[in-house]
Write a protein that binds this ligand. Structure first.
Ligand code: SF4
Ligand code: SF4
Length: 347
């Protein structure tokens, strides 16, 4: 992170704190197609709802607009982004503009040639949900664990900052999670755990029954997941990088989350070029615009912003996508975020 980038980010944050919402963080779900079929995921089931996907040039044009509107942090996810042959080119475009760009991937397609080009990303998170067979069972694809581990080694070898992302479901025992932390230690990478969410960011039509049914079998109570993460953090403090911001959000999952400020600092971009409001996980109001800044400050979005936290799906929201944008909108939240990012980026 260059001093220029930090100044530019600080300027956008200042604008937000002076009362003008800025889409500083963008979650860009670049495709919903996927080569795996994880038991806790339903994204690819709804891939057709967001077709056709943006072309490479269209994606770059929207990212340029987002940069002009104040976006300085972007996470590319899916689906599996590496299924798009242009995902690195799009990331490089964001990076050249001055955006900190990270990636979530299952790692399956990453070979030596691809790993060499992935220096376009400031950070890559490879998903691993168990040590060996458990991962392959949850991902419903034999060999996916070996490919994910190989991807981590290749990325490290090519100088890409890489870490493990691990989703906790009710299939996991404490020992399963310890084995993931031990794997991270042996690979000399960090690991971040998150609880499986009752969300389906690819589904346009969402009802309470749909969401309840979606992860009825897979979701562990967030407070239990928090307990496990705390225990792992104390045993593997150098490898497990979960911060108290996320753990406390899981612990308070049964309490009313209060006012949500996700739309003060973040925006969600879907594969077809729609911006999804109110938030990435619940794209109830998709909108298109050739002027992101005007859209973000439009009457329609202001109305949605005023209603945040009151939608039925906001009850017990523990979405990681919302925790950090909410913190960005709070003066003391920025300090705790900076501390937590420093641990990931500079340790
Ligand atoms: S969790 Fe990721 S890798 Fe697994 S099916 Fe869903 S999009 Fe694909
Ligand atoms: S509380 Fe959660 S579900 Fe509701 S708008 Fe905010 S991020 Fe979305």
């Amino acid at each position: 992170m260059s001093p220029l980038f930090i100044l530019s980010l600080a300027w956008q944050l200042l604008k937000t704190h002076l009362g003008r919402p800025v889409p500083i963080f963008c979650e860009y779900e670049i495709t919903y197609r996927c080569n795996l079929n994880c038991s806790f995921c339903s994204q690819q089931r709804f891939a057709h709802e967001w077709e056709p996907e943006l072309s490479c040039e269209q994606a770059k044009a929207i990212i340029s607009q987002l940069y002009s509107a104040g976006t300085r942090l972007m996470n590319m996810s899916g689906g599996e982004p590496s299924l798009r042959p242009d995902f690195i080119e799009i990331a490089q475009h964001a990076r050249n503009l001055g955006i900190f760009i990270s990636l979530n991937t299952n790692g399956y397609l990453i070979d030596e040639a691809m790993a060499q080009k992935m220096t376009a990303f400031h950070m890559v998170r490879v998903s691993i949900d168990g040590n060996g067979q458990l991962h392959d069972r949850l991902r419903r694809h034999p060999g996916s664990f070996a490919r994910a581990v190989s991807a981590i080694k290749l990325l490290k070898k090519n100088g890409v900052r890489v870490m493990i992302n691990s989703v906790i479901t009710n299939s996991h025992s404490h020992q399963d999670l310890r084995e993931i932390a031990e794997l991270a230690r042996s690979l000399d990478v960090q690991v971040s755990f998150s609880a499986a969410e009752a969300s389906a960011s690819a589904a346009r039509t969402q009802t309470r029954d749909f969401i309840d049914g979606l992860l009825a079998d897979g979701r562990m109570h967030p407070a239990t997941a928090a307990l496990l993460i705390r225990s792992l953090h104390s045993e593997f403090s150098e490898s497990v990088v979960n911060d108290s911001i996320y753990i406390e959000t899981l612990e308070k999952s049964d309490a009313n989350p209060g006012r949500c400020r996700v739309l003060d600092t973040s925006i969600a971009l879907k594969p077809d070029g729609s911006f999804a409001f109110p938030c990435n996980d619940f794209p109830i109001f998709p909108m298109r615009s050739s002027d992101c800044e005007a859209l973000f400050n439009s009457v329609e979005v202001k109305r949605i912003r005023a209603d945040l936290g009151t939608y039925w799906f906001c009850e017990r929201c523990t979405s990681r996508c919302s925790v950090y944008p909410n913190k960005l909108a709070q003066p003391f939240g920025i300090i705790s975020l900076a501390r937590s990012w420093a641990k990931v980026l500079f340790s």
